[in-house]
Structures are given as structure tokens and as C-alpha cells.
Design a protein around this ligand. Structure first.
Ligand code: GLG
Length: 825
């Protein structure tokens, strides 16, 4: 949106009366109905549009301010965004909730009733996608000119249901009721090519410039959603691309002869590109359609970025001064080759100048240490799907290897190790290498992971270009994960700190530290947690039919199912508690509720079987009169951002038990600590920084650190040895093997037992004893209520660092070199 010369006849008022007037007129003119006959979706859409209008005003002023300032823009390219529900967020950011409640009451409807239509756009898998959303929220809140680019998947992350305890995936038709928060922008649609061939460009005989004639073209239709800042006027956007067939794709002739399916072949092929999110978290699907999705995203986004750049700038010499692009993992790294293609082939920029611009424009965030998560694509697939880009990759690699040979004269192995091309039977393109070579800055998402990246995964590059490597520890937005998720605690915090300033200056939470010694404040703190746990108990009963005790220790493990996150270790602890209670039913036990939440990738059979076992164990525990007095295990299905906002405020104990050196950062750990949960965890990812900040006394640490785990792996790890050496561990594993959770069927979970005893790749058995003993320490602490509350308050007080505002400030200062642009009211 450029400079607005013609302002709308009416502006959105800022009174309850104005809001109600707009609501009624939007219902009438937008939905063509009246209060008396409006449906739920009518009510929701109308409320959404009326709130949205208040954001449009701010967006228009933001666009005008950006147009005038012609600033440096941050463009965040991500294949995933987990935005969460929009209504409450936008009510908070427009401060209109105070009007909606009385109006809704007046009209005889409840906000909660309308909210069921506020479907969260599940356009992501887990931490990586949610981080992208938190960073966009902080970018706007810090008045940083920014646009997020992503894919508007028709179907988001699958809906998880359980049938006989097994995970069953159902399509996530998130736009079933439409999405009132988005705006179509057909004028900005883009055309994207695939396949085809290349030929020399007669304008550059013998040069590097070439002409690509695609074999297939699809349209990229953009829709954008507004991304408001909190406590400021800035409203940025996130632009999501949807694939559509180019205009002439409907084959009328075929339709005419009754070939109805063939007639829409091309349409289906095109639309499939943005049909569904790939549900893999930390593993690469390696499917051709996935690569098409990735290129589709970057091709549409780069053309849009160039269109925006050219609104105020000409020539290319300032491109990298005005445009900084962050690659959210390797998923969008084809952007490096696409910008080279656009500059060299379409705009005739010389190779060296184009490469200089490209490298100065991009930065890459690496979110993993798992080799299986580092994307590589077969050269032959790229040669077929994106022939010009493969040529450009060869050229980039050629010039890069010259640099490597110059840096390591006579070292023939280094070029092989650092090459973008992984040689072998199947030659593959190493996307992480392309990302590092094509970027100015490379960052990890927590100190340990960044250190291990430089020592292992990307070691050669860190030696060659140490100046490119940075750490920017993740963060989470306190607006959604404290203010919106935990209004009771937020009120208590505001009361103690005097105002809500902490919401945009989270380090101010430090002020709570002094209140930790105040028994009244501790009592109030406990009361908030108790009320949140009451709400959770009601929700769990609705979702699972299981009654949980809100006074029991709420032990929460909420994250994607993955062997390195070690839900299997948590389950061994549950079975150990079970066996202890059965062995001595009269003893006193700390009442505990263990809550699992999380999805397994549909193809991840080992984790799907573990989910089945978790539900089977829950079934046995919750129906056993002796056990159920002390222990409950619940697994509400379909964990997502909305459920996280419900569970996190009610958690007492946060399970962060991944094998050290495997979880890049984690962000759930931050959200839980900020909401006063105490962490039981390993020295992994951001757990280390949480412990450093909250203090070792306020954190339950156990297990091997990354070095010890690596040493054990090198020295030969035998899980069986641990099984043999530890009675409780052996009993726990044998209980699974006995068929106790499968009506005596010993084969039912044999693969889980086999994996534990013969592979146990992530050493759950090696850390079992330390973990179980640490859990005993947790129970001791829990019994000292005042001490526990004090530890809980100090966790919140000392976690201000984990605000995504701090994360974005660090990116701005050290990587993006970008300044805020103030937007006038
Ligand atoms: N797949 C992910 O969620 C990855 O990115 C997140 C955001 O950086 C990390 O917190 C997480 O440890 C990592 O596995």
C-alpha cells in the first residue's frame, strides 16, 4: 500500500458506541444479515472484521511511514508459521476487548461462543514455525519494517485424534469457515516456472547469463494477514502464497469428451504445490513436491521483494542496503540461487556483482544438529525440476571451491568436505552448505547448539569464516504466552510491578524477585496456579474423560514426539512410579498428573507406537484404583498453539529431557519457565541458559552433558548393560515387555522394548537412573510448598531474557543492521 491520497469517508471511531455501530453495519453490509438472524460464523466474521478495521488504519499509516522513510526492510522467509488464534490477539492489540464483552452481553452472545470459529492457522509443525510467529510479533512491536513470507497451505498440520490409543491423522481444513484476517492481493500475483531447459543468452555470448524456458508454470496468489505490534502503531504483514493453475489450464476439450479428471489435471497439479504442509519435524521428507513448495515460496517472495524495492529505489547497488532476507532453516535456501538467476538472467547484472549483492542480502538460521534434519536434494532431481538453478549451484560451487583451494593449498580433502555437492552413487546438493556460502551471517538458536555447529556440523565453514557465525538464542512473545495465556498471573505481575510495562520490557520481571520472600505474594501466586490448574482439569475431562486432581503436581511434557526429545524416558519414569506404588500401596506418594501433548509425523512409526503405548499406560494407570489415587496420566489429543496456551499456565513441572546436544534450543521450555513451572532437564539447548539465569537451585538438572553423551557413544553404548544393572529400570522395561499394557499381548509393544534394549540411539537408559533420582528430588521440593512457590516466582522473575523482543533486538544489532521506523498515531 503506497501513499494514500484518498482517505476513507469514515474512520473507525474509538468508543464503545462507534465499535457497536461498526459491528452492526458490518453484519448488515458484509454478511447481509441482522443480529436476530445471524449465525455463529456471521457473528465471528463480523467481530473479526470490525476489529481488523482498527488494524487497517494502523497498517495504512505504517505503509505510509515506510514509504516515506524508504527504510531497510527485514524479509523473513519461512516454510512454516504457527500463528495461533487471531481474535484474542487482535482484541488485545487494538485494546477493544473491553468493548466487546459488554456489547456481546448486550446482544446475548458470548465471546467464547464466537471463538470456536477462530481456527488457528496450523501452518507449521512445532518450534521452528512458532518461533517465526513470535519473531514477527516482536519485529512489529519494536517498529522494525518487516514482512514475513510463507505458504498458505490449504491444509495445515494434521488434526490428531486417537482411535484405540493410536494416532489417527485427519486433514486440517483450517479455512472451512473462511479466514476474515486475510486480504487477497491479486495484483501482486506471480508466475513461477518448473522443469524445462536452459539455453545460452544471445545477449551474453559465452557468458554466465542464460535463458530458462520452463516446462510448467503456475500462479502464486498472495494473501496477507496483518501483524500488529503491541503498544505501538506499527502493523506489518505476513504474505502467504497459494498455488493456482495458470489461466488456460482447464482442458475444455477433454472435458467435452467426458475426461473430467484429465480436464483438471494441470489445475490439480498446480494446486497441489500449496495443498498441505509436510508434517515432518526435524526430519526431511525428501519428496519432489516438497522441493516444488520450497521453490514456489522463494520465487514468489523474491519477485515481490524486488517489486517492493523498486517502488522507491532504482538500480541494484542499494538492493542489499535496503533488503535483508532471513532464511528460516534450509527450507527457503533456493532463494540464494533464485536471486542470482533474477539478477544475472533477467536483469543482466554481472555475475560477481550479483553474487556480492546476493551474499550481502541473505542470512541463515540453522535450527538443528541432527544430521537427518539437514536437507540434501538429489542433483538429478534439481537438474530436472530446476535446471537453471542447478547450473547456478554448479557455478557458485566452482567459485567457492577455488576460494577453498586457495585457503587450503594442497589439501585435496577440504574441497570434497565443503563442496555444495555431496559426491557418491547419488550426488546430492547440501542445502546447509549452500546456505552458509550464500549468506553473510549464520546463526544457531542457543549457545550450546551454536557452539556444536561450529565444532561439528559446520566446522569447516566456521574455521574458514569465523566472522560469519553468531548465536542468537531463541525467545517467545510474552504477549501471547503470558498476557493472553495467563491473564491471572499477568494481573498479579502488573500489580506487583506497578504497570504493564513488563510486556514490552520483560527484563522488568526481575522486580518480582523481591516478592518471592513475601508469604502473601507467594499465596497469591499459588492461588493463580491453582485456578489455572482447575481450568485445565475441566478441559482435560472434556477432552479425555479423565478426572485429574488440580492439587496434584502437574508434570507436563508438551512437544512433538521425537526419539531425541525422549518421551520414552518420561514413560519409563511413569511405569517406575506405577511399580513403586504397586510394591507399597500404603506408602505416601506425591500425587502427580503426568500430561503428554504432541504429534508424531505420520511416517514416524516408532513414535506412533510410543504414542500408542503412552495411551495404553494411561488406560491402565487411570483405571487402577490403587494407582489412580496417586497418579494420573493424560494425553489430550491434537496439541497445538491454542492448547499450549491452556496447558502452560497450569504446569508445575516442565519436562525438558532431550539427550544433551540434540535439542537445538526448545522454546516450550522458555514459555513454561516464564509461567512459573520448574524445569527438570538436561544440559541441552536453551535449558542451559534458563538454568544459568534462574539459578541452579531453581532448576532440576540431571544426566549426561553433550560431551559425556558423545564420549559414551564413542566408547560404545550398550543400553542392555544399564538394563541389567538397574533393578527399577529392568522392572519398568519388563513391565512393557510383559504385555501389561496390552491385555497380556507380549508382542504388542515388543518393537518399543527392542528399540530400548538394542538401539536406544538417544541413550534414555543411560540417563534413566539420574532422571528418576532427580524426580525424587522434585517430589521433596514439592512437599515444601513455600520453597516451591519461591522457586516458581524466581523462574518467572529471571526469564525476562527469553522474550522474543530481546531475540529480535539481537538480530537487528548483530545480523540485520536495521533500525526502527516510528509510525505516528
Ligand atoms: N524444529 C524445530 O522446532 C527446531 O527449531 C526450534 C526453533 O529454533 C528449536 O527450538 C528446536 O529445538 C528445533 O528442533
Amino acid at each position: 500500500m503506497t501513499e494514500a491520497r484518498h482517505r476513507p469517508r469514515r474512520t473507525v471511531g474509538d468508543s464503545l458506541e462507534d465499535f457497536e455501530r461498526d459491528l452492526i453495519s458490518n453484519l448488515y453490509y458484509q454478511r447481509g444479515t441482522t443480529i436476530e438472524s445471524a449465525s455463529g460464523p456471521d457473528g465471528y466474521h463480523t467481530l473479526a472484521v470490525t476489529v481488523r478495521d482498527r488494524l487497517v488504519d494502523r497498517y495504512a499509516r505504517t505503509a505510509a511511514a515506510h514509504y516515506a522513510a524508504n527504510p531497510r526492510f527485514v524479509y523473513y522467509l519461512s516454510a512454516e508459521y504457527l500463528l495461533g488464534r487471531q481474535l484474542r490477539q487482535n482484541l488485545l492489540y487494538t485494546d477493544t476487548e473491553r468493548w466487546v464483552r459488554p456489547i456481546a452481553e448486550d446482544l446475548g452472545v458470548s465471546l467464547e461462543a464466537l471463538e470456536v470459529y477462530d481456527v488457528e492457522p496450523g501452518l507449521g509443525n512445532g518450534g521452528l514455525g512458532r518461533l517465526a510467529a513470535c519473531l514477527l510479533d516482536s519485529l512489529a512491536t519494536l517498529d522494525i519494517p518487516a514482512v514475513g513470507y510463507g505458504i498458505r497451505y490449504e491444509f495445515g498440520i494434521f488434526k490428531q485424534t486417537f482411535r484405540d490409543g493410536r494416532q489417527v491423522e485427519r486433514p486440517d481444513d483450517w479455512t472451512f469457515y473462511g479466514n476474515p484476517w486475510e486480504f487477497p492481493a491479486p495484483d501482486d500475483r506471480q508466475l513461477v516456472g518448473f522443469y524445462g531447459a536452459t539455453q545460452p543468452d544471445p545477449r551474453d555470448p559465452g557468458g554466465l547469463r542464460r535463458v530458462w524456458v520452463p516446462g510448467e508454470t503456475v500462479r502464486g496468489e498472495p494473501r496477507h494477514m496483518l501483524v500488529p505490534g503491541y503498544g505501538t502503531q506499527t502493523v506489518n504483514i505476513i504474505r502467504l502464497w497459494q498455488a493456482r493453475a495458470s489461466r488456460e489450464s482447464f482442458d475444455l476439450a477433454r472435458f467435452g469428451v467426458g475426461q473430467y479428471v484429465e480436464a483438471v489435471d494441470d489445475i490439480v497439479r498446480a494446486e497441489n504445490i500449496s495443498k498441505v504442509l509436510y508434517p515432518d519435524d526435524s526430519t526431511e521428507p525428501g519428496r519432489e513436491l516438497r522441493l516444488k513448495q520450497q521453490y514456489f515460496l522463494v520465487a514468489c517472495s523474491l519477485r515481490d521483494i524486488i517489486r517492493r524495492y523498486r517502488l522507491r529505489n532504482s538500480g541494484w547497488e542499494h538492493f542489499a542496503d535496503k533488503v535483508v532476507i532471513q532464511l528460516n532453516d534450509t527450507h527457503p535456501v533456493m532463494a540464494v540461487t533464485e536471486l542470482m538467476r533474477l539478477l544475472v538472467d533477467e536483469h543482466g547484472v554481472g555475475w560477481d556483482e550479483a553474487w556480492d549483492i546476493t551474499r550481502r542480502t541473505f542470512n541463515y538460521t540453522c535450527h538443528t544438529l541432527l544430521p537427518e534434519a539437514l536437507e540434501t536434494w538429489p542433483v538429478r532431481l534439481l537438474e530436472r525440476l530446476l535446471p537453471r538453478h542447478m547450473e547456478i549451484i554448479y557455478a557458485i560451487n566452482h567459485f567457492f571451491l577455488e576460494e577453498v583451494r586457495a585457503a587450503y593449498p594442497g589439501d585435496t580433502d577440504m574441497p570434497r568436505r565443503m563442496s555444495i555437492i555431496q559426491e557418491g552413487d547419488e550426488r546430492r546438493v547440501r542445502m546447509a552448505h549452500l546456505a552458509v556460502i550464500g549468506s553473510t551471517a549464520v546463526n544457531g538458536v542457543a549457545e550450546l547448539q551454536t557452539k556444536l555447529l561450529a565444532e561439528t556440523t559446520l566446522h569447516d565453514f566456521a574455521v574458514l569464516w569465523p566472522e560469519r557465525f553468531h548465536n542468537v538464542t531463541n525467545g517467545v512473545t510474552p504477549r501471547r504466552f503470558l498476557r493472553m495465556a495467563n491473564p491471572r498471573l499477568s494481573e498479579l505481575i502488573t500489580g506487583a510491578l506497578g504497570d504493564e510495562g513488563w510486556l514490552t520490557d520483560l527484563e522488568r520481571l526481575h522486580g518480582l524477585g523481591t516478592h518471592a520472600d513475601d508469604p502473601d505474594f507467594r499465596a497469591a501466586w499459588r492461588a493463580v496456579k491453582r485456578q489455572n490448574k482447575g481450568d485445565l482439569a475441566a478441559a482435560v475431562e472434556r477432552a479425555t474423560g479423565v478426572l485429574i486432581d488440580p492439587d496434584a503436581l502437574a508434570d507436563v511434557m508438551i512437544k512433538r514426539f521425537h526419539e531425541y526429545k525422549r518421551q520414552q524416558l518420561k514413560l519409563l519414569h511413569v511405569i517406575t512410579m506405577m511399580n513403586r506404588i504397586r510394591a507399597d500401596p500404603q506408602a505416601t506418594y506425591v500425587p502427580r498428573t503426568v500430561l503428554f501433548g504432541g504429534k508424531a509425523a505420520p511416517g514416524y512409526l516408532a513414535m506412533k507406537q510410543l504414542i500408542e503405548l503412552v495411551n495404553a499406560v494411561a488406560g491402565v494407570v487411570n483405571t487402577d484404583p490403587v494407582l489412580a489415587r496417586h497418579l494420573r496420566v493424560v494425553f489430550p489429543p491434537d496439541y497445538n498453539v491454542t492448547k499450549a496456551q491452556f496447558v502452560i499456565p497450569a504446569a508445575d513441572l516442565s519436562e525438558q529431557i532431550s539427550l544433551a546436544g540434540k535439542e537445538a534450543s526448545g522454546t516450550g521450555n522458555m514459555k513454561l519457565a516464564l509461567n512459573g513451572a520448574l524445569t527438570i532437564g538436561t544440559l541441552d539447548g536453551a535449558n542451559i541458559e534458563i538454568r544459568d539465569r534462574v539459578g541452579a537451585d531453581n532448576f532440576f538438572l540431571f544426566g549426561m552433558d553433550a560431551q559425556a553423551a558423545a564420549d559414551l557413544r564413542r566408547s560404545g553404548y550398550s543400553p542392555r548393560a544399564y538394563y541389567e544393572a538397574d533393578f527399577e529400570l529392568r522392572l519398568a522395561v519388563d513391565t512393557i515387555a510383559s504385555g501389561a499394557f496390552a491385555k497380556g499381548d507380549r508382542d504388542a509393544f515388543a518393537p518399543v522394548v527392542d528399540a530400548m534394549l538394542h538401539r536406544d540411539e538417544y541413550m534414555a537408559l543411560a540417563d534413566y537412573r539420574a532422571y528418576v533420582d532427580c524426580q525424587d528430588t522434585v517430589e521433596q521440593a514439592w512437599l515444601d510448598t513455600e520453597r516451591w512457590t519461591r522457586m516458581s516466582i524466581l523462574n518467572t522473575a529471571r526469564c525476562g531474557f527469553f522474550s522474543s523482543d530481546r531475540t529480535v533486538r539481537e538480530y537487528c544489532e548483530r545480523i540485520w543492521k536495521v533500525d526502527p521506523v516510528r509510525v505516528n498515531p
